[in-house]
Design a protein around this ligand. Structure first.
Ligand code: NIG
Ligand code: FE
Length: 426
């Protein structure tokens, strides 16, 4: 049955023009936010029409009223009274490591005792520890833990998600992670292969890179289960040369490129991402200003992941405000992983607005419209914005102010989330 949302409060639709928004456009409420009083007609998982609520009420349901967010069938339509609550797009989490097993909670104390990410990895913690735990999981268990995590993300307004492999580090286990990702549901999934996340235990990095190029990557390309390829390009993990070799082979196989770059030091990774024409250079925490300008010129988005330094007890965040000032395209995401267990994009909005000085509307654009260019909708629809013809993915806030989306740390700000036309009350 088609759905009719009536009596909306402010609608931060974020539509208009093409491509990611940059600079002042990201905070321009005149063009990105409609004042209250709109209605939305939804059918077949698409937004069919956005128009004046009073006119739509008269035209479709003879002026009748429904009950509230629970919905009521009137004239063959599921009528939902939004009651003046603000509406924003479904959020797009453009960087997650959703699928893994085990638990690395002990590492917090090790960090407080002075160990670094690098020294914890050398002690047998970090990525390789998670790899051992993940390899022993059955496909069904990977899927069910992924589904439970998706439920948490949905309750926090996420309707589309990138899911990376990367905790298998062998051809079979990486393929199993991509297979598990392909069986997830609840949000739109966009899969990325991250076989070059670390060297597996007991294999030299050079040997592993050869294995990737001769066996793992061709098998991933053959499987058709990854749209993009990613490499952890960072001193101590994969070098610029190794990253370039892997990416060029992936591009020949038709994959888009995402990269983990400059997370702990400026290793030149963002420049390489720009040179390769990557969709995004992620973390980009310590990249220099020239690399940021190169990325912008190449159309490579910087995907900031402030939850990672936050989770590691750091107080220095990547320079998102400067990127607004210089009109560089950027987005933001959770980086959900065993070391950063954040599944809430509103919490990332808290960090952007309450710690990094980013305007609340620009912060919203970063985790919806701009992330939607990096992470594609599984049916190829426009998403991360509320637009006629686009995906019927949106959030109804528990407030008449759209600004409330990023000002409730630790609490979901949403009264309801719509995914593909289905409304879930929270
Ligand atoms: O994006 N830095 C590389 N990968 C993840 C962390 C992985 C892990 O610690 O398990 C990240 O932060
Ligand atoms: Fe990551």
């Amino acid at each position: 049955m088609p759905t009719l949302l009536l009596d909306l409060g402010p609608l931060a639709h974020l539509s208009g023009g093409e491509g990611p928004l940059t600079g002042q456009q990201m905070k321009d409420d005149d063009s990105l936010v409609e004042t209250e009083g709109k209605g939305i007609l939804i059918d077949g998982g698409h937004i069919q029409r956005i128009s004046d609520s009073d006119e739509m009420r008269a035209e479709y349901v003879g002026g009748k009223r429904g009950f509230g967010l629970v919905g009521e069938e009137i004239e063959g339509l599921n009528v939902i009274e939004v009651g003046g609550r603000a509406v924003i797009p479904g959020l797009v989490d453009s960087h997650t490591h959703l699928l893994w097993g085990g638990d690395r909670s002990r590492e917090m104390r090790w960090r407080q005792q002075g160990e670094s990410y690098q020294s914890i990895a050398k002690m047998g913690g970090g990525i390789v520890h998670t790899v051992q735990q993940t390899r022993s999981m059955r496909l069904e268990d990977l899927i069910s833990s992924g589904l439970a995590r998706i439920d948490v993300a949905l309750a926090n307004g996420t309707t589309a998600m990138e899911v990376k492999s990367g905790y298998g580090l062998s051809t079979d286990s990486e393929l199993r992670l991509l297979e598990a990702a392909s069986q997830l549901q609840g949000v739109s999934i966009d899969s990325t292969w991250l076989g070059a996340h670390a060297s597996p235990p007991d294999i030299e990095r050079e040997t592993y890179v050869e294995q990737i190029l001769s066996e793992q990557l061709p098998a991933v390309i053959d499987s058709g289960q990854a749209r993009s390829a990613d490499v952890f390009c960072e001193p101590g993990w994969f070098t610029l040369e190794e990253t370039e070799d892997i990416c060029r082979a992936a591009m020949e196989g038709g994959l888009d490129i995402r990269l983990h770059v400059d997370e702990f030091v400026d290793g030149g990774g963002l420049s390489l991402a720009a040179e390769l024409g990557a969709i995004s250079g992620d973390h980009a925490h310590w990249s220099d200003s020239q690399a940021r300008a190169e990325a912008s010129a190449a159309g490579t988005l910087q995907c900031f992941l402030p939850g990672t330094p936050f989770s590691m007890g750091e107080t220095h965040f990547p320079p998102a405000s400067e990127c607004v000032e210089f009109e560089y395209p950027w987005c933001a995401a959770t980086d959900f992983n065993p070391n950063c267990q954040i599944l809430s994009l509103p919490f990332i909005g808290n960090l952007l607005s309450q710690r990094m000085g980013v305007d609340p509307l620009a912060s919203l654009v970063a985790v919806s419209r701009n992330s939607g260019y990096v992470t594609k909708h599984e049916m190829g629809l426009k998403h991360g914005m509320v637009v006629e013809g686009g995906a019927a993915d949106l959030n109804i806030l528990d407030s008449p102010f759209w600004e409330s989306w990023c000002q409730r740390p630790g609490i979901s700000p949403f009264a309801a989330t719509m995914k593909g036309g289905d409304l879930m009350l929270h």
